[in-house]
Every structure is written in structure tokens, then in C-alpha cells.
Unconditional design. Structure first.
Length: 113
């Protein structure tokens, strides 16, 4: 499990980013990233979040998990948005695909450094 409390060289806390999926009333899955899942979900519910979720009926937080750094969260968000509905449903079900994706993107980042 990823821990989100990190101290950098200057003893300052770094922000942990989360990836989340919201299920709409018509069973569509919306993917996003944030540093505060509860706050962001409340924004979506109040209609002040993403335009894609406005007027979509009742929303449910289907999945959320810590990712770590912002750049990795954005890469994961992009990859998940490219997935099929079936693949996203497996991710929500906890089949290990989220962890595998996170590890593969972290490995790519390390190799490119």
C-alpha cells in the first residue's frame, strides 16, 4: 500500500495525489485526480466540479486510491481514460490492474531518468 506522508529534504510534507472514479446514474465512469477525494466528490455532487458530470443524476464514488506525485497521477488518469468500460469495471472491482498500472508507469519514469 502506498503511503502518502512524505518528507522531502527540507522536512516539508509533499502533497499526495489520488486517482478516483465516479459512477453516474446511467452507470458511466468518470476518472479524475485530486489531492482531496472527499472535497472533490462534494464539488461534483454540487454541480461545481467537472462539466462532464453536471446533470448526470446521482453520483457515487466508485473507486479511489493514492498515487503519489502529481505527474504520475496525471499519467494514470490519461491511461485509465483510454481504457474500455470493461477494463475500468475490473479496476473498480479491485482485480490488481490499478496497482499494475501504477507500477508500470513508475518503472517507466525511473528508466527514463
Amino acid at each position: 500500500m502506498l503511503s502518502c506522508v512524505h518528507l522531502n529534504i527540507l522536512n516539508k510534507r509533499t502533497v499526495c495525489w489520488f486517482l478516483y472514479l465516479v459512477r453516474t446514474a446511467n452507470n458511466a465512469l468518470y476518472t479524475g485526480v485530486t489531492t482531496d477525494v472527499a472535497r472533490r466528490f462534494l464539488e461534483h455532487q454540487s454541480g461545481k466540479g467537472a462539466k462532464a458530470l453536471r446533470g448526470k443524476g446521482e453520483l457515487m464514488l466508485a473507486f479511489s486510491a493514492p498515487v503519489g506525485e502529481r505527474s504520475l497521477a496525471l499519467k494514470m488518469e490519461y491511461r485509465i481514460k483510454q481504457m474500455t468500460k470493461r477494463q475500468k469495471e475490473r479496476l473498480v472491482a479491485g482485480d490488481g490492474s490499478f496497482e499494475a498500472l501504477r507500477e508500470s508507469l513508475q518503472t517507466l519514469a525511473v528508466k527514463s531518468d
